[in-house]
Design a protein around this ligand. Structure first.
Ligand code: 16G
Length: 499
């Protein structure tokens, strides 16, 4: 490390005085204009991480579902996983260090994590379509360069594509080819195979109507279109030509405005095909109570609840042969253990019984359509479309499998959202004192009711979730709980009003 170069370059990416940020649920996220120094420093950190694990790592510049004015950054570990929790702490230390402390913090990280500074470092970079992203990713590159790392800038890619690319690179392309073409080819080839096996294959056209949330999805799906089978026609909505990113569209908007979660019936088909495998579904407290009941009581699949954030779901899902995970805001995927995958691939080749071999073949193609590195909306869409084709179901029939309980999501601003601490996968508030007791009393007033509160990991708010037998009751419960939060956690501004 050249201390003079570090000093010179970090001075070009100064930290705003007094700003403290935390590596949260999905990396750093805040207003784009406050992030330049964080990007530079995450470039530095990525080099250290790459040297520590002697592999390529990824840096993604995005704030996902946040408003267009925000931005963010997260690191991707070698197999496409989220950054290891120990390194989240290093990331926070580095982001908040005063300029004169940078060198010292880097040296400390190298000591604690046994980083050999002489090793090569390789970083893949991607970014979303936010107007601020290009400049911010340039700051990441500055950070990588100053510590002597190599980088490949993939430019505009979806977050799951970057996770895929990193995983391919580090598995010597066993997971797939480390190019965007490789990603398109892998997913669409398996998808085409699945569609071919549907009862109505070749008879009619299939239309996929996609809300692209005015973001990167529109660009990437257009690139992917030529790879799709001819009978599948894609129609892109909210393609970014008219409106702002995430404005009145996107998965989060759909969730907050009470439309059914897109991946909610993911598990039922897999449950039928993979009967001999140890399978489980992982959800968060936001999963609609009806979905949990349907999975446990009708499908007889074990359900686990974990804290919000893909990294928590992903980690839990890795414990099973087949781990299906989803969040009500649309993040989700399926993970197959190495042993399960090998068994399925072997059955698809060698099984004597025609029917069983066919079923294994279907599952094998499913594995290849699914992006196992992280939840991927494009991949999830193709999986669902293939399942509908194979089962001969319409979207309406699929949606009617069970009915969601009415629910309401609200947010309240408080002086410091960290006064709310939670336990039991965020389903109970441990502090401030008295809050959980109050929630318990309110919940008892309604039928089929449930409510919880948690500090957001991506915005400066406390989120409130309630569900009950009717929409009026869910709304009333959410409002009452938001008032309790406002009073017990020092709410800002006027008290929340009834809906
Ligand atoms: C991020 C997370 C998502 C989580 C959401 C919660 C990833 C890739 N995304 O978008 O999993 O549900 O944050 O946001 O990890 P909140 O903490 O503001 O409610």
């Amino acid at each position: 490390m050249d201390p003079e170069a570090l000093k010179k370059y970090s001075a070009l990416h100064p930290k705003p005085a007094g700003l403290t940020l935390q590596y949260g649920t999905a990396g750093f996220r805040t207003k784009a204009e406050q992030l330049d120094h964080v990007m530079f420093r995450m470039g530095l950190l990525a080099v250290l991480r790459s040297r520590a694990v002697v592999s390529t790592v990824g840096v993604m510049v995005t704030a996902s579902h946040n408003p267009e004015e925000d931005n963010g950054v997260k690191l991707v570990d070698p197999l496409g996983e989220m950054l290891h929790p120990t390194w989240e702490e290093y990331a926070t230390q580095l982001a908040n260090a005063e300029e004169q402390e940078l060198q010292k913090i880097i040296t400390e990280i190298c000591q604690k994590a046994a980083v050999n500074q002489q090793k090569d470092a390789s970083v893949f970079i991607g970014r979303d379509t936010r107007p601020s992203s290009k400049k911010l990713s340039q700051s990441v590159i500055d950070g990588i360069s100053v510590l002597g790392g190599q980088y490949h800038d993939y430019g505009l890619v979806t977050t799951p594509q970057l996770h895929y690319l990193v995983c391919c690179q580090n598995t010597q392309e066993q997971y797939g080819k480390a190019t965007l073409e490789g990603y398109y080819e892998k997913l669409s080839k398996a998808f085409t195979e699945l569609i071919k096996q549907s009862p109505s294959s070749g008879e009619s056209q299939r239309h996929l109507k996609i809300d692209c949330a005015n973001g990167i999805g529109a660009l990437k799906l257009s690139e992917m279109e030529p790879y799709f089978p001819k009978e599948v026609l894609i129609h892109l909505y909210n393609d970014g030509t008219k409106e702002k990113l995430n404005h009145l569209c996107g998965a989060d908007f759909v969730k907050v405005h009470q439309k059914p979660p897109r991946v909610k019936h993911f598990a039922s088909w897999i449950a039928q095909v993979g009967q001999t495998l140890k399978m489980a579904v992982v959800q968060t407290a936001y999963a609609n109570g009806s979905s949990t009941r349907y999975l446990e009581e009708t499908l007889k699949v074990p359900v686990h609840c974990v804290k919000t954030g893909v990294k928590h779901l992903h980690h839990k899902a890795q414990e099973f042969d087949v781990g299906v995970y989803f969040e009500a805001n649309g993040h989700g995927t399926v993970l197959f253990s190495k042993a399960a995958e090998a068994k399925i691939r072997q059955l698809a080749k060698e099984e004597k019984d025609d029917e069983k071999r066919k079923a294994a073949k279907v599952l094998e193609n499913m594995i290849d359509v699914i992006n196992q590195t992280i939840g991927d909306a494009v991949s999830d869409m193709l999986v669902i479309e293939a399942i509908l084709a194979l089962k001969g179901l319409t979207v309406q029939q699929w949606d009617a499998i069970y009915a969601d309980l009415p629910s309401r999501l609200l947010k309240v601003q408080v002086a410091d959202r960290r006064v709310i601490d939670t336990a039991d996968a965020e389903r109970r508030a441990v502090t401030p004192p008295g809050l959980q007791e109050r929630i318990d009393v309110l919940v008892k007033k309604y039928n089929l009711s449930r409510a919880f509160v948690r500090p957001s990991g991506t915005e400066d708010v406390v989120r409130i979730y309630a569900e009950a037998d009717t929409q009026e009751n869910a709304d009333a419960l959410a409002h009452e709980v938001s008032l309790a939060v406002y009073h017990l956690a020092r709410g800002k501004g006027a008290p929340p009003q009834p809906l």
